[in-house]
Design a protein around this ligand. Sequence first.
Ligand code: PHE
Length: 366
Amino acid sequence: MPNPEIPKLEEYSLKALDHFFQTIQACFSQEATQAHTPEAIEELRIRWVGRKQGLLKTIGESCLKTAPADAKKAIGQRFNALKEQIEQALETGSGSAPTASPADSIDITLPGTRPGTGAEHPLIRTLHEVVGIFERMGYSVGVGPEVETDYYNFESLNFPPNHPARDTQDTLVVAGQQGKPLRERLLMRTHTSPVQIRTMEQQPPPLRIVIPGKVHRNDAADATHSPIFHQVEGLCVDTNITFSDLKGTLDHAMKELFGSSVKTRFFPSFFPFTEPSADVQISCIFCGGKGCRKCKHSGWIELLGCGMVDPAVFGFVRERQPAYDPKKISGFAFGMGIDRIAMMRYGIGDIGLLYSGDVRFLEQFA
Ligand code: PHE
């Protein structure tokens, strides 16, 4: 590259200084408009701001050395401003021609950088879909804390202390709680059911509520298990609520979610807080019930737990909200895992993908 015509500084009036620095800047701008590739920009950078022999360094040294003491401040200020402009132009110039003058630095004819569009995470999308189905049936939406007390997660749901049913929950407990009475000890909620109790304590019946949320269990992670997962809980309490209401509600919800040809069936099960309890299966959405690998050749897929609210649960609630009198009201509850529903809907083979934060995975849902 030819040496630029850098003038000599012979006079130290402010006017002469301005002219001197403007000329240098014009030299740089001119060279910068020629530098179109990253290599050329790098070359330009070394030539102008290189540490050992960069032009800026040489210019700075030569004009300060000979300057009279009272001009040094004015020179320094202009020199620093020039240096900053050049460095900034070099930094923002990568990929296009860097220029030091603002008028040249924006080429409005170039296409802009398009910001990536965000999208709902497949889990959250599924959660909203499920909640939406129940909202359309007149349910309202509630939430509760993820760090819960033993009382709400277990005792009030009719899990007595030391009851073996507690072992099925693989609970992660908060450390250093031994000094407290059992019912006040903190743990990571293992299900969204504690919010049933919290809601009933706040509101007298009738009640229709769905509760989406994150839950935690001490499970080893594999393709179908994650120590963190999501549930949607449902609770309906009113006069004359029967098991038929539960069946009709869940059958309708499953048809909304998976299509009107889907069938449901209810199997006896056990939960301490519902009596009777059931597991709900849907006809396999992959083979239509004929039997395939996905449904282990049974034609059915198990999707959620449910049951009629156990009167013992109303007993705990009545301490705060006397209107929950099992002689006058009844109710049903259900809880479903959202991760598995999302995996079925979107054909996701590994639950870990939902928590990996991998943009290549997430982009597919945008
Ligand atoms: N909480 C139960 C679980 O996590 C599911 C459930 C909710 C069952 C409500 C019955 C009623 O396994």
